[in-house]
Design a protein around this ligand. Structure first.
Ligand SMILES: [Zn+2]
Ligand SMILES: [Zn+2]
Length: 191
């Protein structure tokens, strides 16, 4: 899994999954907006915008000290809408960062495995199908199972790696709100 934020991985996956997931000839565009806010204004709501938040497993590297860490609470925010009149859909994505525990400076953007990207986009397409195309969401049972898993993993949320003299030490710690951009903005996936 890479620690680099790679927008192309996301946009390419989106393009690939579009044909498989949506049974429609509508044109969908996928963009990034790093200043996107969660709260929709009345006007935005009226224009059909909706929000979907996904909690993913991602990996980070500090630009200052090169320390790497992993987190099971990396928040990805999506806004989406379909304009019926033009048959064009738009998705905007904002990844939330985390700061290095040691340096506590900038929020670094997360890197993901292809699997994580696909899982996040599957969740997004599920919402699009339900809210833009009136298709039912299929996965009620699966969602319950996921909740159970989350409980078990409660104590393994974040992992630090120290790679000094070739050895790798991994320690586990709870989610640190002060280092999470989504927590800072009141938009994290916990609870
Ligand atoms: Zn650092
Ligand atoms: Zn958080």
């Amino acid at each position: 899994m890479s620690t680099d934020w790679t927008p192309t991985l996301w946009s390419e996956c989106f393009e690939e999954m579009l044909d498989e997931e949506l049974d429609s000839s509508d044109q969908w565009a996928f963009h990034f907006n790093y200043g996107l806010t969660e709260a929709l204004t009345k006007e935005e709501r009226r224009r059909g915008w909706r929000v979907y938040n996904h909690c993913a497993y991602g990996r980070f590297q500090c630009g200052g000290c090169s320390k790497t860490w992993r987190s099971a609470r990396v928040v990805l925010m999506f806004r989406y809408r379909l304009r019926d009149t033009t048959a064009r859909g738009t998705v905007l994505m904002r990844p939330y960062g985390q700061a290095c525990k040691r340096c506590r400076e900038e929020f670094e953007l997360p890197g993901f495995s292809q699997n994580e990207v696909e899982e996040a986009l599957l969740g997004l397409f599920g919402k699009i199908k339900k809210n833009c195309y009136d298709e039912d969401e299929e996965e009620e049972e699966e969602e319950e199972e996921e909740e159970d898993e989350e409980e078990e993993e409660e104590e393994e949320e974040e992992e630090e790696e120290e790679e000094e003299d070739g050895s790798e030490k991994v320690s586990r710690r709870p989610h640190e709100k002060a280092l999470c951009e989504a927590c800072r903005l009141g938009n994290c996936c916990q609870e």
